[in-house]
Design a protein around this ligand. Structure first.
Ligand SMILES: [Zn+2]
Length: 286
């Protein structure tokens, strides 16, 4: 059932869901083990994160949070970090590079812009309050992948970005056959390619489809599974193919002849992103 709040997914895994899962309405996760717990992501502002942390208390009073993992650098997954006190905060190096006060302040400024640009930002991000947020970066970073111990329980972090953002990471709980996918999986919403190229996001979907998991918690939307990952992959392939056609037509018009039209993919931001290798993200443990 897709309702707001805490959902017990079994095997000590939980999700905090925020319907309707549109832009800014992100999910977070909680994994318990041996008297402690690990939180996956915070929310877009302090009020929402405070509400989420209060909602997790039936679990975290028994299993205090010792680790916070940020799946990527977007504000709707990190802006509440300052409220999760005295914990180790873990994120990929590429994500950490973007978890700055400048990013917080830039978004707060955008909301005050006059004219249509500001109107658009106010329409999309109106419900969120960005004033008074102190950027709280990771205390530990990694590149590629790493493994965490949560009270004797293994939780694996696999960097699949650049894809949605430069530093995307998915969080696998092997003994629960469960995956927190962050924003490399949107269910029931339109994904944004901030970084790309799209090929790498498709490769990330392939990697998720190969993992031995049954349950997948997306960054936005209801809890799902591999059929949702497959649907996401299908959508990205469609986008890539259609973009290729547009480029081919544009090249023909420009040069007056046939063109191969292979899409280059990737925004300027992605091309500035730290190199993380092309093609399929590697799975560090296999
Ligand atoms: Zn998000």
């Amino acid at each position: 059932m897709y309702t707001k709040g805490l959902h017990d997914l079994g095997d000590g895994c939980h999700a905090w869901l925020q319907p309707d899962g549109g832009w800014g309405w992100s999910n977070s996760g909680l994994v318990t083990g041996g008297g402690v717990s690990l939180t996956v992501d915070t929310l877009f502002d302090l009020a929402l994160t405070r509400e989420m942390l209060d909602g997790l208390r039936p679990v975290t009073d028994i299993h205090p949070v010792t680790t916070l993992v940020n799946t990527h650098s977007d504000g709707d997954h990190v802006f509440g970090n300052e409220l999760v006190r005295d914990v180790e905060i873990v994120a990929s190096e590429a994500a950490a590079a973007l978890m700055t006060q400048e990013e917080v302040d830039a978004l707060a400024r955008l909301k005050k812009l006059p004219g249509p640009r500001g109107d658009f930002v106010r329409k999309v991000f109106g419900p969120f309050e960005f004033e008074g947020i102190t950027a709280t970066p990771p205390t530990r970073t990694f590149a590629g992948g790493t493994s965490l111990d949560v009270g004797g329980r293994e939780v694996r972090l696999i960097q699949v970005g650049p894809a949605h953002t430069p530093g995307d990471t998915i969080v696998e709980v092997p003994d629960a056959r469960l995956l927190y996918a962050g924003d490399v999986l949107f269910i029931g919403g339109t994904p944004i390619v901030w970084a790309g190229p799209v090929e790498r996001w498709i490769a990330a979907c392939d990697l998720m489809l190969d993992l031995p998991v049954d349950t997948v918690v997306p960054g936005h939307g209801p809890v799902g599974g591999k059929p949702d990952v497959a649907r996401m992959r299908e959508y990205l392939v469609f986008v890539q193919q259609e973009a290729g056609k547009v480029r081919t037509c544009a090249s023909r018009r420009r040069w007056g002849g046939p063109a191969t039209g292979r899409p280059r993919g990737g925004s300027r931001r992605a091309r500035r992103a730290p190199p993380a290798g092309r093609g399929r993200p590697r799975r560090p443990w296999r």
